[in-house]
Design a protein around this ligand. Structure first.
Ligand code: C5P
Length: 399
């Protein structure tokens, strides 16, 4: 717990029954020599008294925006190394997601540039409510962090997801954020994401099912780990992440141009994009009539391999970025991925098993094996693309 010593941590306590468990976390933070300041919502004070948290943090608890050190919330937000909100209720997530700031905690969170970690704990129905899920997704895209609750007995007597995590899990998450915030400090990471679109005529095009979720998760995780991130994205439904330079492209050719101009400036290039392998030989400026022929032969031409083009451009340079590729396959996954790693002269390839449920395009989860230049392999179990993005970056950091 060395990373916690002398760090300024603001603990926001909200009105859920797990507020009493949050007291244990505050106590552990104090023991780890963190400088801890507690803010309680009015609802939190219904569950546990401020005195409990004052005794544990050895500092005055802040709760009334107009009574307790009225402008301290600005200072506190600026000085904080991290804000942890526990238990994070359905209400606080909704308020922060919608920009409400009517109490001490919600007036502090929007001011800070420090990472904010939400530790939700609530009834399963609330946690799985689509309104909550949408708010959580919105906040995650903005860089707010979430620690997933556990499954088991809930205060209502029911069983399900929504239990407050253990003290150890929360302390570990806080420590990880503090340490990893500087993992890629001073580094520039280029990420490509999404599909490309190859036009046939003004209406029709060739594309693929890539949603961009894996690439966006990697870009956001790289940002959270302290990197300067450039995201080159084909057309997706995802919102541009905050704090990341986003370059939108459409075709493989446009993506190639953008990557070739950005890659020489990057320390790490991660090619997550599902670049179209072929494009129509000719693009028509008028929409072809379907009345013409029963069978239409569409001539296609191979698109340039962007990774190979980058390698060509950087050949002979002393300082070359670390090159990471993705390989999505439905059979002979590892052999094919290994072949690509060699052919494209990559430092690492992420082999993505499309034949398994919960892996590949569109879904929020993925199942991958990392393959290194020296042939070493590291398989990962099925996990969310967000968690996987962090795992992949931790491996990249080791290289
Ligand atoms: O050869 P394949 O398309 O399966 O290789 C996948 C890897 O190569 C991915 O990292 C992808 O982004 C990259 N790629 C590329 N240029 C292409 C096609 C794929 O850089 N034209």
């Amino acid at each position: 717990m060395a990373a916690l010593a002398n760090r300024r941590i603001v603990a926001g306590i909200c009105g859920g029954i797990a507020a009493y468990k949050a007291a244990g976390v505050v106590s552990k933070l104090y023991q780890a020599q963190a400088n801890i300041r507690v803010i309680m919502t009015h609802a939190a004070c219904q569950f546990v008294t401020p005195l409990t948290f004052e005794a544990l943090s050895h500092q005055r608890v802040l709760s009334h925006l107009f009574r307790d050190e009225p402008l301290a919330h600005v200072e506190l937000a600026h000085e904080a190394d991290l804000i942890v909100v526990m238990p994070a209720t359905y209400d606080i997530i909704g308020k922060v997601a919608y920009g409400l700031a009517d109490d001490y905690l919600t007036a502090t969170i929007p001011v800070t540039k420090a990472p904010v970690l939400f530790v939700p704990a609530m009834e399963s129905q609330m946690y799985e409510n689509p309104i909550f899920e949408e708010n959580k997704r919105k906040l995650e895209a903005l860089g707010y962090r979430f620690l997933e609750p556990e499954s088991g007995n809930l205060a209502s007597g029911r069983k399900g997801i929504g239990r407050f995590p253990s003290e150890e899990a929360i302390l570990q998450a806080i420590e990880e954020i503090l340490v990893e915030r500087t993992l890629f400090q001073g580094r520039k990471i280029l990420v490509t994401a999404g599909p490309t679109r190859e036009r046939i005529d003004p209406m029709r095009l060739i594309t693929n099912r890539s949603s961009g979720k894996m690439g966006y998760a990697l870009a956001e995780a790289a940002r959270d780990f302290g990197a300067k991130v450039v995201l080159i994205s084909g057309p997706t439904q995802l919102a541009a992440p905050v704090g990341i330079e986003c370059i939108d492209v459409e075709s493989a050719e446009e993506m190639k141009d953008a990557v070739l101009s950005q890659a020489p400036l990057a320390d790490i290039v991660i090619m997550t994009a599902a670049v179209a392998d072929w494009r129509p030989l000719k693009t028509s400026s008028i929409k072809e009539s379907k009345l013409a022929d029963e069978i239409l032969n569409l001539a296609l031409r191979r698109t340039p391999d962007i990774l190979t083009e980058v390698a060509k451009k950087l050949k002979g340079r002393k300082q070359k970025p670390l090159m990471i590729g993705f390989a999505a396959e439905t059979g002979d996954l590892l052999e094919k991925a290994q072949g690509k790693l060699k052919r494209k002269n990559l430092d690492m390839i992420v082999a993505n098993d499309l034949s398994q449920e919960g892996a590949g395009a569109e879904v929020d989860t993925n199942i991958v094996t990392l393959i290194y230049k020296n042939g070493k392999r590291k398989p990962f179990p099925k996990m969310t693309k967000r968690l996987l993005a962090k795992e992949i970056l931790r491996e990249i950091a080791k290289i």
